[in-house]
Write a protein of this length. Structure first.
Length: 328
């Protein structure tokens, strides 16, 4: 079920009475950024995976009419599934990116929408600042794929937004979106990405900061790009391994937590190859459930992090205990 993004915690003050009978001074107020709950309301969430720190970053919310965008099902069935969660069929959809910090690197997984989508998105830079990071701190960016809400934040006013970062992308993904032949054969709903790819990716390519990688490439020790095609031809999942713990950054392997965990065969209208998208989702879910891996999703309610367990023909989503970071 979707969680409130406005959870708050009250601070308890105390007045101490020393043995002399004098009343001690009330402790100074805790600065706002240290108050319980502010990490959540600031749009970032922090946890550890082995030796690495992972920061979930809420780029914002999109509006998603799932009864129109989910396919290989029926609008009536989608309405019923959403009603089971006390939700309408059109809901705010979290748009999450993630920062991986460790091994001397600060690696962004996706960059949010930037200025390429209207609405309540494009807030990644603000989230990074709230978490204590500057654009110059980022050493690498891994794109799970080239769609606006993942790659739009690469640039700001047409220029590179992360001046010290190397952009790591799937070779198949880059070759697809820069191919005139692929563009000519693509469906209408894919054309905007073909048009925007040079604007989002081009500045990094011109600056010599674009690296095209193959399946299994290790961006850093413990951080690996795994090809999972379907949503786009070169979509990747990013695998983080450290000290016996694993987290998989899933990109757009799933869009509706209310429907697609339980029914993995349901596809999304923007999946370019729906058969491959379903195959990639089922393969990755099966591996994650078997191994107990953490999963980090771009479009599951912020922070989008949790585990799954097999449940009949599908899976049950178990989100992380949201807010644990606020008391660490």
């Amino acid at each position: 079920m979707r969680l409130s993004h406005a959870l708050c915690a009250a601070a308890l003050g105390a007045v101490l009475v020393p043995a002399t009978g004098a009343i001690a001074q009330t402790p100074a107020p805790i600065p706002d950024h240290q108050q319980m709950g502010t990490a959540r309301s600031a749009g970032f969430y922090v946890m550890r995976v082995g030796r690495f720190k992972v920061v979930a970053l809420l780029d914002g919310l999109q509006t998603m009419p799932f009864d129109k965008q989910l396919v290989r099902t029926t609008p009536a069935h989608v309405r019923d599934r959403m009603a089971d969660y006390f939700l309408p069929t059109t809901v705010p959809l979290s748009t999450n990116a993630f920062l991986i910090k460790g091994e001397g690197r600060r690696i962004l997984v996706d960059t949010g929408a930037g200025g390429f989508i209207d609405g309540k998105v494009g807030l990644l830079q603000q989230r990074l600042a709230a978490a204590g990071y500057k654009p110059e701190d980022i050493t690498d960016i891994i794109l799970t794929h080239f769609h606006f809400d993942h790659a739009g934040g690469l640039v700001k006013n047409g220029a590179i937004a992360f001046p010290n970062a190397m952009l790591q992308v799937s070779r198949i993904e880059a070759e697809h979106w820069f191919s005139p032949a692929a563009r000519a054969a693509a469906a209408a709903n894919q054309q905007p990405t073909f048009q925007a790819a040079p604007k989002m990716i081009g500045p990094y390519r011109a600056a010599g900061k674009l690296q095209m990688r193959d399946d299994g490439y290790a961006v850093a020790p413990g951080v690996t790009m795994l090809l999972r095609p379907g949503h786009t031809p070169g979509s990747v999942v990013v695998k983080l391994d450290s000290d016996g713990q694993t987290m998989l950054f899933m990109g757009d392997l799933l869009h509706s937590e209310e429907v697609q965990f339980a029914e993995t065969g349901v596809a999304f209208a923007f999946d370019e190859n729906k058969n491959n998208a379903v195959t990639s989702r089922r393969r990755t879910f099966a591996e994650a459930a078997d191994k107990g891996s953490w999963l980090a999703f771009a479009h599951v309610s912020f922070p989008g992090i949790g585990h799954i367990r097999s449940d009949g023909q599908g899976y049950r989503w178990m989100p992380t205990q949201y807010g644990v970071d606020a008391i660490e």
